[in-house]
Design a protein around this ligand. Structure first.
Ligand code: ATP
Length: 573
């Protein structure tokens, strides 16, 4: 509380706040309560800032009487605490853009007029990204920050003057960053989303959902900004005539997916995949089943840290993404996915915004699964002196810091093809304790291939498959060792497609031909044995079963013979 100003007590100011609003309180209202006069807020959600200004007046001090909103067009003044603006007497700042006026000079005039005005209030400077790069303007802010809420010529009856300046993406100017409070407004949490739902219901004059339905819809809206949530909900309700049902919920989910995809750096799914869709990888799956229970209160009471996530290394197509989808499916969580190389692919400078955006969305969607695809690709060539390696290090570094510090329930699954690249470029990514575990997903051995073939055959309507096929899966699984799960899935689908076009049911001959026709990707990869040896020291094997040997030039692969004959021949040799 600032001496000489009529400020509320701390307990009164933060009374009855939920977690979401408590965070805003700690980062904005509390600094004001303790005398900070300039605060920088970074967000894409301008409309939420007005609500924050109203909260300052209501919770910190009613002496913040006026709200002056500065945009590129000029300043608009209104009363902060609900009295009737028409009848109440107050002095507006009356600042507008003058003809040919230099950009920052209007901002400077507005700050001067605000500081000299007689009434207490808040100057909210919206979209100050460009202005915050102008040194004259930054100097003005610095002076007000130094003088405090009471201004430079404070007298006993002085009133408080607070400047909130907002940018969409720009950082706090260097010369201010140590002297003012700066805050990245988090994405809206449940409390704000509930208000969004009520607001849309009021606007569209439709019935408000019951509590249970509200929980479901708020969960579906997580990960969107309040403006996006409002628009998506209004659209879904308009199309479905105000009904909160499965159809309108699915519609909303597809709008949300589009909105998240439009960022160009993330994707969103609500997977229904389960561990039974995976062939092999038993050790990894057993571990993940245990991890699930470690989110619970009992586990934390037993001193067990909540699960963080795992790093999966393996050849392309061995089922790493499938694992991530199945974790989300089994745990009934939404899944957010991003590719580290895409995050880094923007213009230098925007990569940092990209990673901030992804992590903010993940936090707001919690509990959720966050899949980081091909984390090793982002680090390729990092050891060299090339171009933007500083940006790469900063972006991956801020991801690692977040990984360590995050409080929300975001289970991270990162995938990589080759850990050696990481161990050279950024060994801290593999440091003990960074992940719950690092797993090596090897090529499926014969028993696992058998399981994978069966899993993919069961996805085809059984009426399309000849009965004899089921008793020959073992034979099929002995073909073409070295193929991955993805290659098996492709071979089964291809066999089904060919039989369909030939107006036939799927038989063992077609399956044999399709499996044999695949040239395993692994056969073109040098040094796999070396990688396997190296992985033994670095990572836990995901499977207890023996991994496949690569037989790209084996008789199985080259032979055009019938499958049983080929196997018999091989056994005889
Ligand atoms: P990449 O490194 O290229 O991203 P990946 O290891 O993530 O590859 P997935 O994308 O998970 O591989 O695999 C592709 C598809 O292959 C899966 O959707 C699934 O249909 C099939 N598949 C791969 N491995 C398995 C498995 N162990 N069991 C069942 N299906 C599998």
């Amino acid at each position: 509380m600032v001496i000489g100003l009529k400020f509320n007590k701390y307990t009164q100011a933060c009374k009855d706040l939920d977690d979401e609003h408590m965070d805003i309180f700690q980062n904005i209202l509390l600094p004001v309560l303790t005398g900070q006069s300039v605060i920088h807020i970074r967000t894409h959600e301008e409309p939420r800032l007005i609500g924050i200004c109203e909260a300052i007046a209501a919770r910190v001090s009613a002496d913040f009487k006026l709200l002056h909103v500065l945009t590129e067009a000029g300043v608009e003044t209104s009363l902060l605490l609900g009295e009737d603006s028409e009848t109440e007497n107050y002095s507006a700042l009356n600042i507008g853009r003058e003809q040919n006026e230099n950009y920052s000079s209007m901002h400077i005039r507005a700050v001067d007029a605000f500081v000299q005005s007689k009434e207490g209030g808040i100057l909210l400077i919206l979209g100050a990204d460009r202005a915050s790069r102008q040194s004259d303007f930054v100097r003005k802010l610095k002076i007000h920050a130094k003088n405090g809420l009471r201004g430079e010529d404070a007298t006993d009856d002085y009133v408080p003057k607070l400047i909130l300046f907002h940018t969409i993406t720009t950082d706090t100017p260097d010369s201010l960053s140590r002297s003012i409070q700066n805050y990245d407004l988090p994405m809206p949490r449940d409390g704000t989303l509930v208000s969004v739902v009520h607001g849309v219901c009021n606007d569209l004059e439709i019935s408000h959902p019951e509590d249970e339905i509200m929980v479901q819809w708020v969960r579906a809206l997580r990960g969107l900004t309040s403006v996006e949530a409002e628009r998506a909900l209004a659209q879904s309700m308009t199309v479905h005539e105000g009904s909160f049902n499965d159809e309108s919920l699915n519609y909303l989910q597809s709008l949300k997916r589009n909105l998240i995809q439009q960022t160009g750096i993330m994707d969103f799914h609500e997977p229904s995949t389960s561990f039974s869709d995976i062939g092999g990888l038993d050790l990894l799956i057993d571990d993940l089943k245990m991890r699930r229970t470690e989110f619970e209160h009992e586990a934390s009471e037993a001193g067990i840290n909540p699960p963080k996530g795992c790093l999966l290394a393996g050849l392309p197509g061995t089922g790493k993404s499938l694992i991530a989808q199945s974790v989300a499916g089994e745990w009934q969580l939404p899944m957010l996915e991003f590719n580290m190389a895409n995050v880094l692919d923007g213009l230098v400078g925007s990569s940092e915004q990209n990673i901030r955006k992804v992590l903010a969305v993940a936090e707001s969607m919690a509990p959720c699964v966050l899949m980081v695809d091909e984390i090793d690709k982002a680090l390729t060539g990092l050891g060299s002196s090339g171009g933007d390696s500083g940006v790469t290090r900063r972006v991956v570094g801020s991801f690692l810091t977040w990984l360590n510090d995050r409080k929300s329930q975001v289970y991270v699954i990162a995938t990589a093809n080759d850990l050696r690249e990481i161990s050279i470029a950024m060994p801290e990514l593999l440091r003990k304790g960074r992940w719950d575990d690092i797993w090596w997903v090897d090529l499926p051995g014969q028993k696992t291939r058998r399981k994978i073939i069966e899993i993919h055959l069961r996805k085809i309507p059984s009426s399309r498959i000849e009965d004899a096929v089921w008793s020959r899966i073992d034979d099929l699984s002995q073909l073409n060792s070295g193929i991955t799960g993805a290659e098996i899935a492709a071979a089964v689908n291809e066999a089904n497609r060919i039989s369909y076009h030939a107006s036939k049911t799927l038989d063992i001959k077609q399956l044999t031909d399709s499996v044999k026709s695949i040239k395993p990707l692994a056969s073109g990869i040098n040094g796999l044995e070396l990688t396997r040896g190296w992985m033994k020291d670095f990572a836990r094997p995901a499977s207890s079963a023996q991994a496949a040997k690569i037989e790209s030039s084996s008789k199985y692969y080259l032979s055009g013979l019938d499958v049983t004959q080929t196997i018999r021949q091989a056994k005889e040799e």
